[in-house]
Design a protein around this ligand. Structure first.
Ligand SMILES: O=c1ccn([C@H]2C[C@H](O)[C@@H](CO)O2)c(=O)[nH]1
Length: 130
């Protein structure tokens, strides 16, 4: 699957001299574009940006606001690893309909959803109700 192979390629670009834990992500937009991201670490550790947010922010800069799916991968071979909690919340900003492909280094993947990974989520609609 193209989205999965693109997240694997993006992982190779990770800038992670501190953790040595490369992560790749690829976002599929509603109009079929694929935008990739990797984690970009920083010497003041807390300024590190995850792969998922790098991809999503790049996509927004390129004019995308509607999304279908994100594929994520790291170097862990024996389990399917999900996005961190912060990234789940950032994805939720653009809707709860995300499909998420948790991808192993060999390209095998497990399909899940943001609804499943972030139940009872807080989102923009709650602010609108106020
Ligand atoms: O969902 C995640 C979790 C972690 N990382 C990155 C941040 C840091 O660079 C490294 C170790 O936490 O992995 C991501 O990119 N996405």
């Amino acid at each position: 699957m193209e989205l999965v192979s693109r997240c694997l390629r993006a992982r190779d670009m990770a800038y992670c001299p501190y953790s040595r834990f490369p992560v790749g992500a690829a976002v599929l937009t509603a109009d079929g574009a694929i935008i990739t991201g990797c984690n970009v670490e920083n010497a003041s550790y807390g300024l590190t940006v995850c792969a998922e947010r790098t991809a999503l922010q790049r996509a927004v800069v390129e004019g995308h606001r509607r999304f279908i799916a994100i594929a994520v991968t790291c170097d862990i071979k024996d389990s399917f690893v999900g996005p961190c909690g912060a990234c789940r919340q950032v994805l939720m900003e653009f809707g709860s309909d995300w499909t998420i492909y948790l991808t192993k280094p060999d390209g095998s993947y497990k399909e899940t959803s943001l609804r499943e990974l972030l139940p009872h989520a807080f989102g923009p609609e709650h602010l609108a109700k106020n």
